[in-house]
Design a protein around this ligand. Sequence first.
Ligand SMILES: [Zn+2]
Ligand SMILES: [Zn+2]
Ligand SMILES: [Zn+2]
Length: 140
Amino acid sequence: MANSFIKLLEQNDLKKTQPRLSVLKVLTSREMATSQPDLEAILGKEIDRVTLYRTLKTFEDKGIIHKVIDNKGTANYAMCSHQCNAKEHHHDHLHFNCTQCNNLYCLDECILPHFKVPSGYQVENVQLIATGICAKCKQA
Ligand SMILES: [Zn+2]
Ligand SMILES: [Zn+2]
Ligand SMILES: [Zn+2]
């Protein structure tokens, strides 16, 4: 597992630092997107806030992770698929924000429609968030 993180950093010309490896480990281990406050809580004293902020920014710029703003306006981060790179992110999946547990999920199997926009406009990013009750909360 750790080897694949090191490879990912190498592919993106990033130095293998402990904070970077730790952030990757947390983000890949969770089935939902992780908010910055949650990341701070999970990583604890291991990474200071500025380093965490910079790490997330770097990963976002490199197309390793993507940011999703939840219903409360908090930034959440999730791993990108292989289609993303430093030049651009390719995301066409729906995000789902549970109103009970507030977890934010990437629903990769739900593909967003392609919007036909008036001429002169160029779509670069579509942010769509579905709200409701997630599978876990529904079972409980
Ligand atoms: Zn991406
Ligand atoms: Zn839920
Ligand atoms: Zn996502």
